[in-house]
Design a protein around this ligand. Structure first.
Ligand code: HEC
Ligand code: HEC
Ligand code: HEC
Ligand code: HEC
Ligand code: HEC
Length: 193
């Protein structure tokens, strides 16, 4: 009886350790350099469209996160009263210094991901892969796996690898599964160089 209790306690604490402490040890956390609210910009306050900042150019290349010159169109001087806007103006817009955003979805350098193929030709929504980021009000910290150097978002938030929401996790098997579902049989070199 006693040993069963000790054994159970051992298993439970072992699981707790694995569940809560292991992720803390596995990932290091890096804050974003500046506050940014998609709700402010793509919502009523600024009323912008996603493509105003995340355009696809004439060659079909996705422009990614906009440069600080884009922010300067409205923030050459403060228009509101917030501390974060003042920081934007003083530390970035005025000295024309780029903001080093951390990209949650960042894939390793050897994997090639073209937005245009998915968004324009594949008619997918940003939220299919990025969840509700486009309407978020704050930026969560960026987490990086200490062993692989990968963003946590590649594995997904759940340490077991189980996705609670369809957009969570973007490992190779997810890319390949969707391609298979849509009748694409891509060779390794379609995605790897
Ligand atoms: C005023 C310009 C602006 C507008 C408008 C805008 N974004 Fe962004 N977007 C940014 C900036 C700056 C970042 C970098 C900070 C961050 O991660 O939010 C970003 C980052 C992102 C990312 C982060 C990708 C990653 O993995 O790190 C996604 C997804 C995104 N935007 C989607 C959207 C969607 C969807 C819309 C429209 C509903 C939109 N954005 C409108 C400026 C903008
Ligand atoms: C089309 C105009 C426009 C552009 C372009 C723009 N913003 Fe804004 N931004 C606004 C408005 C409007 C507000 C709300 C100001 C207020 O009422 O405090 C705002 C507020 C902010 C704030 C203060 C916090 C908040 O969300 O209220 C930050 C920080 C900010 N913007 C960052 C950026 C960055 C970074 C870029 C470039 C990627 C950018 N903005 C581009 C219009 C713009
Ligand atoms: C099929 C999945 C998918 C869809 C749909 C998608 N994205 Fe992405 N997005 C990704 C992946 C994967 C990355 C990382 C790419 C990399 O690291 O090379 C990414 C990266 C980004 C980045 C960071 C780019 C950079 O390199 O700095 C932004 C911003 C972004 N996406 C915005 C958007 C917006 C806006 C839309 C809708 C118009 C969208 N995404 C649709 C999968 C997707
Ligand atoms: C549809 C796109 C796609 C195709 C096709 C594809 N890969 Fe990948 N692969 C990825 C992405 C994205 C990653 C990075 C994310 C990850 O590690 O799961 C990756 C990662 C890898 C890795 C590193 C695994 C790791 O955990 O770091 C290897 C090895 C690899 N791929 C081999 C292959 C081989 C061999 C093929 C052909 C049989 C192939 N891939 C086909 C997208 C693809
Ligand atoms: C939800 C489904 C879906 C996901 C997830 C997805 N893809 Fe795709 N991908 C597509 C579709 C559909 C196309 C074809 C679009 C078209 O040409 O009509 C495509 C096209 C591509 C192409 C273009 C190949 C060519 O013909 O030029 C590459 C490269 C690619 N995907 C890589 C990736 C990588 C890497 C990932 C994961 C990080 C990924 N995809 C995730 C559906 C998906």
């Amino acid at each position: 009886m006693r040993s069963a209790i000790v054994l159970t306690a051992g298993i439970v604490s072992g699981l707790a350790l694995g569940w809560f402490v292991f992720p803390l040890a596995l990932y290091s956390t890096e804050p974003q350099p500046l506050h940014f609210s998609h709700a402010t910009h793509a919502g009523e306050k600024a009323g912008m469209a996603c493509a105003d900042c995340h355009a696809v150019d004439e060659q079909g290349r996705f422009q990614g996160i906009p440069a600080v010159a884009k922010c300067a169109e409205c923030h050459s001087a403060p228009i509101g009263e917030s501390a974060s806007e003042l920081q934007l103006v003083e530390q970035y817009v005025t000295p024309n210094r780029e903001i080093e955003w951390k990209v949650y979805a960042r894939q390793p350098d050897n994997a090639h991901f073209p937005h245009n193929a998915h968004v324009t030709l594949g008619a997918m929504e940003c939220a299919d892969c990025h969840g509700p980021h486009g309407s978020s009000d704050t930026l969560r910290a960026y987490q990086v796996n200490r062993i692989s150097g990968y963003s946590r978002d590649i594995w997904g938030p759940n340490i077991s690898g189980f996705a609670s929401n369809p957009w969570e996790g973007m490992k190779m098997d997810r890319c390949v599964r969707c391609h298979d579902d849509r009748g694409r049989r891509d060779g390794c070199v379609a995605c790897h160089k």
